[in-house]
Design a protein around this ligand. Sequence first.
Ligand SMILES: CC(C)(COP(=O)(O)OP(=O)(O)OC[C@H]1O[C@@H](n2cnc3c(N)ncnc32)[C@H](O)[C@@H]1OP(=O)(O)O)[C@@H](O)C(=O)NCCC(=O)NCCS
Length: 250
Amino acid sequence: MNRETSEAVPDRSATAIVPATLASFLTHPAPRAADGVGLGIWLVDTARVGEHELEIGRAWLDGAERKQASAYVRAELRRAYEIAHAAARLVVGTSMDIPPEKVVWGRHACPGCGEPHGRPRAEGTAIEFSLSHTPGQVLVAVADVPVGVDVESHPDDPTALAGVLHPRETAEIDAAARGTLDGGRAAVRFTRAWSRTEAYLKGIGIGLGRDPHLDYLGTDAAPGRTVGEWSLWDVVVPEGYGAALALRSS
Ligand SMILES: CC(C)(COP(=O)(O)OP(=O)(O)OC[C@H]1O[C@@H](n2cnc3c(N)ncnc32)[C@H](O)[C@@H]1OP(=O)(O)O)[C@@H](O)C(=O)NCCC(=O)NCCS
């Protein structure tokens, strides 16, 4: 993966993507959120998943997922992880016409080093998917082209974190915090830039193996943008969170 910088071109006429709500693990098959690009995207409010439902979803997880789940010390992180993986099994399994517990996860090669820790994949299908979990919210997307999603909560102190981003994004967040830039509070701007960056880097499959200082995806309110062969959209999520989706054009 090269270290050339890139700059996204905002599309102010784009519309933010409204995800389908995945409200239950008990409904088979999962609803398909269809649109013209062969994409489905689902949001789960983790507070709405009852204990009985969570038990059902947990039973679908494989040994590696159970081990990973048990490694989380904070219960809310463990719960979000379990719900994300159960939801991914449900929507990916539905797309493959197999039960959720029969989905076998694998990994694409990392575009940085060639090792098998790139984008996650489901064995036996060309369907692409991406998942993201944070306490309170889970996003899962499936597509027929490489895809990345990210959901994040607004940070308490965005200026303390802003330095991880592209220098111009850092400057925009700092200016918003000082009150010298309109168009979104600093926390909103941070979350926009960070979720766009993570969705993009997860779509590529390098993740944070690529330095997030390199790509300018912007902190502005434009809900769509393109960067190279990738299209990015903001995703509509509840107050206090920000989310984005990246889709490769082919
Ligand atoms: C991918 C990554 C950005 C996720 O960050 P996060 O905000 O903590 O977590 P999210 O909930 O949004 O996403 C997690 C999911 O991303 C997916 N993911 C992990 N690595 C990924 C990659 N390289 N590409 C795309 N998706 C990836 C997995 O499905 C993961 O789910 P899991 O952790 O529950 O198994 C981060 O874990 C990362 O960058 N990892 C790779 C770092 C690296 O240096 N790799 C080496 C390159 S040579």
